[in-house]
Design a protein around this ligand. Structure first.
Ligand code: GDP
Length: 223
């Protein structure tokens, strides 16, 4: 039972509506890139999702966009090492980053992942924020450390969103949020608020959409 937990984002009136608006429209697969050469031109604001394999990233893409098979493309063999771009409207693009930390991944593939992701994170001027997904049951694991390091070094703003919140009790979720925030407190580019979501129940999804809308609005105003 997670209903008693108030999602931490302090929302102003109207922000939930802005979140709905951000996700309005017909979501579609825009393109994929396996190298910087094949990357789409940096137009429009981008928000990216990253996380360990099996964290629930595809489920979250589908739940946030309301398109049940949208992220199937990210699990297609051959596409699992690519940056996948989705779009629904002119305002922004959602970028699905390859899952990491999968122990059985061949070494060459892991290296390709690192090269592409490093280059993307360091050079993508229109990337406004990366949402790093963490399983609410397990918390931050050793495989997540290098990703936080890279984001800090590249000075890319990032925020942790817990997934599978339905799998833990309200008390455990509150503790996990506090522990996660404490682990990130000294990290330079980490946003201090932790989001909590469940693709299965819909918990925290309006709040995550609203948080994303805020980032897009802020970045859009600067461009
Ligand atoms: P990905 O590898 O990160 O894209 O993860 P998937 O979206 O494929 O999900 C991995 C597994 O976690 C699947 O068995 C999903 O059914 C399960 N899962 C994903 N989201 C949730 C959630 O919100 N709650 C629960 N209980 N399970 C979830």
């Amino acid at each position: 039972m997670t209903a008693a937990v108030t999602p931490p984002a302090a929302l102003k009136p109207g922000e939930l509506g802005a979140g709905d608006k951000l996700f309005a429209g017909e979501w579609r697969f825009l393109g994929a890139a396996s190298s910087m050469v094949t990357l789409l031109p940096p137009r429009g604001v981008e928000l990216a999702l990253a996380g360990r394999s099996n964290v629930g990233k595809s489920s979250l893409v589908n739940a946030l966009t309301g398109r049940h098979a949208l992220a199937r493309v990210s699990h297609t063999p051959g596409r699992t090492q690519e940056l996948i771009f989705f779009t629904a409207n002119e305002a922004w693009k959602l970028v699905d980053m390859p899952g990491y930390g999968y122990a059985a991944a061949p070494k060459a593939k892991v290296a390709a992942w690192t090269g592409l992701i490093e280059a993307y994170l360091r050079g993508r001027t229109n990337l406004a924020r990366v949402y790093v997904l963490i399983d609410a049951r397990h918390g931050i694991k050793s495989a997540d450390g290098p990703v936080f390091d890279l984001l800090d070094e590249a000075a890319v703003s990032y925020q942790v969103a817990l997934t599978k919140a339905d799998e833990v009790s309200a008390a455990a979720l509150t503790d996990r949020i506090a522990a996660t925030a404490a682990l990130l407190a000294k990290r330079k580019a980490a946003f201090p608020e932790i989001l909590a979501t469940s693709s299965r129940t819909g918990f925290g999804l309006p709040e995550m959409r609203a948080a994303m809308a805020r980032v897009v609005a802020e970045r859009g105003a600067k461009n």
